[in-house]
Design a protein around this ligand. Structure first.
Ligand code: ADP
Ligand code: LRH
Length: 490
């Protein structure tokens, strides 16, 4: 039996998933799961990299204890965040979490003082999000940047810790907003603007590249499986898109639904004219020469925060069930407003918006959940309209993958608003996409098409058919009115 293990770490949780092929089906088994969240220190938000590394090693030990002696291994995490290393490979700083407040206004400042946003979009095709690595590095202490021998993104760093190999993996490197779509490499002008040198980055490395074994300090202990480490699509969204079970001849879009909702489509070419720039659509690089043409939507982060602030009394499943019993579309909030990016209190911020806009106060967790799911579904509806206008394609199916695929209410609302089928699952599409790339690298699978067929056969999605939505036009008008109250888009 050959095994593939994916390490998949999102902003809210991480897991190690073991997969094997049994009778032409992919069978997965979660061997380790752990929470993830950023920590506040000295008024800044940071990731606990040592804790994440320790969790990976714990998961690998569990795999060995479960009888897995040999496997391939791939890692993916959230995008944009980076680690500066000195000559000896030591971290020069605590790793900032992308929601940290130091980037407030950073993108405006960069475009005012350095390069126009049009110029940067033309070069990179990447949407302006204040936390893109470009803007984070712009406000990073210059002396540390000067000192950095290596600049890695978070999963690159985890690969380095496990194998000693330095790479900058392409799907995640594209989220830095430092890659040039023409040269398909780091953009010299952008690097110069930041005072960086090309040799501070490692070689751009594509998903599917085989890196070799674990460092001897791990391999020699005998505590871990013998791993053949493979470069996954290290950006979790890139892995999730590989994991979309789309295999029939119908046009499809996707939402990778987790902490963020990433709504978009897979393309062979980027689309980076004026219209996508204005709509803030991005062209992140995908596995196998694809592009993720998508938009970031605030996503389930909003319910994660509301739940946390309520002392995690109810599970996500319970909150979704409770919300289903509440009246629909009572109170709505413009999800992509920057005020929801990292507020001191999500609950208070949602309530304040409802009060200020003359809507009923969502005064219980169930009503807050209802408000969030209704608002997200409407945000998806508008983003799909934009997507169809920008690409000129009418999408027949919307796939929702990731943890949010478990939320039946949100999926059905989305189907009703869009008037098309919404296919949900797998909820572990990211881990599965990561595994699929390992299987292609080890020649167990032919290519991306075969991988998606296997995923669809192994994890058939649930289908939500659109139902008539009374008062739909009026609702959409009301929604446009609410969105005019957006202070600033994230
Ligand atoms: P990330 O990778 O960004 O950390 P996940 O893909 O793990 O996120 O998705 C986490 C989200 O999935 C949670 O915030 C929650 O809203 C949703 N979710 C998970 N399980 C359920 C469930 N059983 N019912 C409803 N929602 C769920
Ligand atoms: C989702 C994600 C998303 C990025 C954000 C930083 O986990 O990787 O694609 O924009 O986190």
């Amino acid at each position: 039996m050959t095994y593939a293990i994916s390490v998949d770490i999102g902003a809210s949780s991480g897991r190690l998933v073991v997969a094997s092929l049994v009778e032409n089906k992919l069978v997965i088994n979660e061997i380790h799961r752990f929470g993830n969240a950023f920590l506040r220190k000295n008024r800044h938000d940071y990731w606990d990299m040592d804790a994440l590394l320790a969790e990976i090693m714990t998961g690998l030990k569990k795999a060995k204890a479960a009888g897995i002696d040999q496997c391939t291994l791939g890692i993916d995490t959230w995008g944009v965040d980076y680690v500066l290393l000195d000559q000896n490979g030591k971290r020069l700083h605590d790793v900032y979490a992308y929601r940290d407040g130091r980037t407030t206004g950073a993108s405006e400042l960069f475009h005012q003082k350095e390069l126009d946003r049009e110029v940067v979009y033309e070069k990179t095709g990447i949407q302006e999000l204040r936390f893109n690595t470009l803007y984070q590095l712009y406000v990073h202490e210059q002396s540390q940047l000067d000192q950095a021998a290596h600049i890695l993104l978070v999963p690159d760093y985890l690969y380095y810790c496990l194998t000693g190999r330095l790479i900058n993996e392409t799907t995640n490197a594209s989220t830095t907003q430092l890659l040039n779509l023409q040269t398909r490499s780091f953009d010299e002008e952008l690097l110069q603007t930041l005072g960086l040198r090309r040799n501070q980055f490692a070689e751009l490395t594509s998903p599917g590249t085989i890196l070799g074994g674990l460092k001897s300090e791990f391999a020699d202990t005998g505590e871990y499986p013998m791993c053949q480490v493979v470069v996954a699509p290290t950006h979790d969204t890139a892995s999730a898109v590989v994991g979309v079970p789309a295999c029939r001849d119908r046009t499809w879009a996707y939402i990778s639904s987790g902490t963020w909702s990433l709504l978009g489509t897979e393309r062979k070419e980027p689309l980076n004219g004026e219209a996508p720039m204005k709509a803030n659509y991005t062209n992140e690089w995908g596995a196998y020469d694809t592009f993720r043409f998508l938009k970031n939507i605030m996503g389930l982060w909003m319910i994660q925060e509301v739940r946390r602030e309520d002392g995690a009394r109810y599970s996500f499943a319970q909150l979704a069930e409770q919300a289903e019993r509440e009246p629909a579309f009572r109170s709505l909030v413009p999800c992509n407003d920057e005020r929801f990016l990292n507020p001191d209190s999500m609950t208070d911020t949602i309530r304040a918006f409802c009060l200020d806009s003359g809507q009923p106060l969502p005064d219980t967790p169930a009503r807050l959940a209802r408000c969030i799911f209704d608002s997200l579904a409407l945000t998806y509806f508008c983003a799909m309209e934009e997507l169809e206008q920008l690409t000129g394609i009418r999408y027949e199916v919307l796939h929702i993958v990731g943890g949010g695929a478990n939320n039946r209410l949100l999926s059905q609302l989305t189907a009703d608003l869009l008037g098309i089928e919404v296919h949900t699952g797998p909820s572990e599409a990211t881990a599965i996409g990561n595994i699929a790339v390992q299987l292609i690298a080890s020649r167990e699978l032919a290519d991306l098409k075969a991988a998606r067929q296997l995923i669809s056969d192994s994890f058939p999605p649930a289908v939500h058919y659109p139902q008539p939505l009374p008062g739909r036009e009026e609702l959409i008008n009301r929604w446009h009115h609410i969105n005019q109250m957006t202070v600033k888009e994230t």
